[in-house]
Design a protein around this ligand. Structure first.
Ligand code: CP3
Length: 341
C-alpha cells in the first residue's frame, strides 16, 4: 500500500505538489469545534473524552481535506499526568498548580490514566482516517513544557524559568529528565495506538542563550529522538523549535529529527541556503498573512512554494492558525498550494 503524501515527504521524498496541514487546525477558528466545546463544557472535557477528541481531530479533515490530521490534545497533558492541576481560564490561557517555583517535583502524584485517554482517541481516529491522510501525534518539547510547570502559566520571555534553571540547575535537570522519559513513553503510546509520525513542539525555544539552548533544547530533543528511534525505527519525527533562528542548523544536525518546522520569522532563502538539501522543511506562512487574505496571501504563499520547490517541503503556517481566521482564507490557501483552482 502506498503511504500518504505527507508521510512520504517527512521521510524525505520530493514532490511537486506540496502536502499541507496547519498547526492548531483542530480548534477555535472552526464553528463545529466551538459548538462541540460548548456542548462538552471545557477544553479538558473535550481532550479526555476520546469520542469527542477524535471528532475534533477529524473536523478539519472533513472540511478541508488536509494531508495531515493532528491529534487533538495539548502539550500540557504531560504535566497533568505528572500530577499538577491544570485549568484553562477563558481568555487567560493555562494554569498549572502547584507551580514548581514554590513546590517540589517529588511532591506530585502521577496520574497515568490521563495518557491512556489520549491513546483511546488515537485508536478511534486511526480507524476512521482514509489512506491518503497522515496521522500526526505530538508532545511538547521538555524546555517548553518545563516553562509552564515551573512558572505555572505562560510568560512573555520566560525570565523566571530561565533564572530558575541557572540557579537550580540540578533540580531543573531532573525535571527535564522526567519530562523526557514520560514524553518518550507518551509518544510511543501514541505510535502504538496508530499515529504515523510525531511532532515535537518547542514554542519557547527562542528565549534561550546559545549555551542554554544546547543544554535545554538540543540535548533533550536529541535524547527523545534517539530513544523513540530505538523503539519505533520507522516512525519519523518533526522538530519545531520556534524562534531558534540561526541555531536551526545545529538543532537539525544534533537532534537528528527527520524534518524541521520553520516559524514565520525565518527567511525561506536563508533556510534554503543554510539547511541540508535532503532535510524536509515545514512551514512557514505567517498566520497573520492567512488571516489577512487577498493579494498579500497569494504572494506570500507563492514565494514559499517557489523557494522550497527543489527540496522535500510540507506547507504549513509558521505557528498556529489564529482564532479569527476566515474559513474562506483557509479554502483559498488550499487551492493556492495544490494548484487546483
Ligand atoms: O490543532 C492542533 O494543533 C492539535 C491540538 C493542539 C492544541 N494545542 C489544542 C489547543 C496542539 C498541538 C497544541 C500545542 C500547544 N499547546 C502548544 C505548542 C504549540 C504552540 O501553539 O505554541 C502550546 C504552547 C500549548 C499550551 C496551550 N494550550 C496554551 C498556551 C493554550 C491557551 C492559549 C490558546 O492558544 O488557546 C492552550 C489551549 C488550547 N490547546 C486550545 C486548543 C484548541 C484552545 C482551547 C479552547 O479554548 O478551546
Amino acid at each position: 500500500m502506498t503511504e500518504p503524501l505527507l508521510l512520504k515527504t517527512i521521510r524525505g521524498e520530493h514532490s511537486d505538489v506540496r502536502p499541507i496541514w496547519l498547526m492548531r487546525q483542530a480548534g477555535r477558528y472552526l464553528p463545529e469545534y466551538r459548538a462541540l466545546r460548548a456542548e462538552k463544557g471545557g477544553f479538558l472535557d473535550l481532550v479526555y473524552d476520546a469520542e469527542a477528541a477524535a471528532e475534533v481531530t477529524l473536523q478539519p479533515i472533513r472540511r478541508f481535506g488536509f494531508d495531515g490530521a493532528i491529534l487533538f490534545s495539548d502539550i500540557l497533558i504531560i504535566p497533568h499526568a505528572m500530577g499538577q492541576n491544570l485549568e484553562f481560564l477563558a481568555g487567560e490561557g493555562p494554569r498549572l498548580s502547584p507551580r514548581l517555583l514554590d513546590s517540589r517535583l517529588n511532591a506530585l502524584e502521577a496520574v497515568p490514566q490521563r495518557l491512556e485517554a489520549v491513546y483511546r482517541t488515537v485508536t478511534r481516529v486511526a480507524a476512521e482516517l482514509g489512506p491518503e491522510t497522515c496521522f500526526l501525534g505530538f508532545a511538547g518539547s521538555p524546555w517548553t513544557v518545563a516553562t509552564y510547570m515551573v512558572n505555572g502559566e505562560g510568560s512573555r520571555d520566560q525570565a523566571a524559568v530561565r533564572q530558575y534553571a541557572y540557579m537550580n540547575e540540578a533540580a531543573f535537570g531532573e525535571l527535564i529528565q522526567r519530562i523526557i522519559d514520560l514524553s518518550v513513553e507518551y509518544l510511543s503510546g501514541q505510535i502504538k495506538a496508530g499515529v504515523h509520525a510525531v511532532q515535537l513542539f518547542d514554542s519557547w525555544a527562542g528565549s534561550l542563550s546559545p549555551a542554554q539552548f544546547e543544554k535545554w533544547v538540543i540535548a533533550p530533543n536529541a535524547e527523545i529522538v534517539a530513544k523513540l528511534r530505538g523503539l519505533h525505527p520507522d516512525t519519523p519525527i518533526i522538530g519545531f523549535p520556534k524562534g531558534a533562528g540561526e541555531k536551526l542548523p545545529a538543532y537539525a544536525r544534533e537532534t537528528g529529527v527527520d524534518a524541521l518546522g520553520l516559524d514565520e520569522t525565518i527567511d525561506p532563502h536563508w533556510a534554503a541556503a543554510n539547511l541540508p538539501k535532503y532535510l524536509p522543511v515545514q512551514g512557514n506562512l505567517d498566520p497573520l498573512a492567512l488571516m489577512a487574505g487577498g493579494e498579500s496571501l497569494q504572494k506570500a504563499v507563492q514565494e514559499i512554494l517557489d523557494i522550497f520547490s527543489d527540496r522535500p517541503h510540507i506547507f504549513n503556517l509558521g505557528h498556529g492558525i489564529l482564532q479569527h481566521t476566515p474559513i474562506a482564507h483557509v479554502e483559498k490557501l488550499l487551492t493556492l498550494v495544490r494548484g487546483d483552482n
